[in-house]
Design a protein around this ligand. Structure first.
Ligand code: ADP
Length: 260
C-alpha cells in the first residue's frame, strides 16, 4: 500500500477533529445518509461533540435530515474558513447542498470536482473540537470514494447494505477498498432489514431471508445493527427531525463506534 499520509489534506490550524468515520454503500438509495445521521445522533446523545461532513454531493439528504437545508454557512471574520451549520442538538454540518442557492438545484459535478470539494470542506471549515466526525461518502466503491478516503485521515469504515442487494459482493468490494488504504472496518449496518407488524410485533422479512450475517462471517466482520423499514422513520428524516428518532435497534452500533 502507498503511504496514505502523503495525500492527506491538512486541517485549518484552529480546527480539531479526533476521529473520522466514513460510511459507505454499494450504491445510492440504501440508507447511507440515514445511517450517517443516526451515527451522529447517537454519538451526540452520548455527550460527544459530533460533526457530519456530507461528501455525498448527489442529494440534499443530510441537511434535510437535520433541518438545516435553508441555512447558509457563515464565514470566519478573517474570511478564511466556513463555519458549519449547527443542528438543534448541536451537531456541526457541512454539505455542498448548503452552498447551493436552491436546494432543488441539481449537482452534476464530476468525480474530481466532488473530491476537491470534500477536501475543501475538510481543510477550509472551522471544525471546533470535534470528537467524532461522520463522513457520508459518495455511493459505491469506485474512484470518487477512493479519492475522498485518500484525502481524509479516516479512522474507520462502516458499510451499509440492504437485503435486496448482493451483500457478499458489496462487502467484498468495500473490504478491498479498506485494505488498500489500511483502514479498519468497524462493521456492517443492514438497513430495511424487516418490517415490524404493528399488531403482533412479529418481524416480516419483506425481501426474503437476510444474508448479512453470512457475509459478515465470510469477511470476519460484525453486524452492528439491523434497521427496520418504518414509514415513521422516513417521515422524521425527511422532515428534519432525525435527532428525535427513538432507535433501540441502534444501541449496539453506537457503542461499537464510540469504542473506537
Ligand atoms: P442513500 O444515502 O443511501 O442514498 P438515504 O439515506 O438518503 O439513502 O435514504 C433514501 C430514502 O429512503 C430517504 O428518503 C429515507 O428517508 C428513506 N429510508 C431509508 N431507510 C429507511 C427505512 N429503514 N425505513 C423507511 N425509510 C427509509
Amino acid at each position: 500500500t502507498a503511504d496514505k499520509t502523503s495525500f492527506l489534506e491538512a486541517l485549518a490550524p484552529e480546527s480539531r477533529v479526533k476521529k473520522v468515520i466514513g460510511i459507505v454503500s454499494g450504491k445510492g438509495g440504501v440508507g447511507k445518509s440515514l445511517v450517517t445521521s443516526l451515527m451522529a445522533v447517537s454519538a451526540n446523545r452520548r455527550g460527544k461533540h459530533t460533526a457530519v461532513l456530507d461528501a455525498d454531493i448527489t442529494g440534499p439528504s443530510i441537511p434535510m435530515a437535520f433541518g438545516v437545508a435553508d441555512e447558509k454557512p457563515a464565514v470566519t471574520p478573517d474570511g478564511r474558513l466556513m463555519i458549519p451549520a449547527r443542528s438543534l442538538e448541536g451537531i456541526d454540518i457541512m454539505s455542498a447542498n448548503l452552498l447551493l442557492d436552491n436546494a432543488t438545484d441539481p449537482v452534476i459535478w464530476r468525480g474530481p470536482v466532488i473530491a476537491g470539494a470534500v477536501k475543501q470542506f475538510w481543510s477550509e471549515t472551522l471544525w471546533q473540537d470535534v470528537d467524532y466526525m461522520f463522513v457520508d461518502m459518495p455511493p459505491g466503491t469506485g474512484d470518487v470514494p477512493l479519492t475522498v478516503f485518500q484525502s481524509l485521515p479516516v479512522d474507520g469504515i462502516i458499510i451499509v447494505t440492504s437485503p435486496q442487494e448482493l451483500v457478499s459482493m458489496i462487502v467484498g468490494k468495500a473490504v478491498n477498498m479498506a485494505k488498500k488504504m489500511d483502514i479498519p472496518i468497524l462493521g456492517i449496518v443492514e438497513n430495511m432489514s424487516y418490517l415490524e407488524c404493528p399488531d403482533c410485533g412479529r418481524h416480516i422479512n419483506v425481501f426474503g431471508e437476510s444474508h448479512v450475517e453470512q457475509a459478515a462471517r465470510e469477511y470476519g466482520l460484525k453486524v452492528l445493527a439491523q434497521i427496520p423499514i418504518d414509514p415513521k422513520l422516513a417521515q422524521m428524516v425527511d422532515g428534519g427531525r432525525v435527532e428525535y428518532i427513538d432507535m433501540p435497534w441502534f444501541e449496539k452500533a453506537a457503542e461499537a463506534v464510540l469504542a473506537l
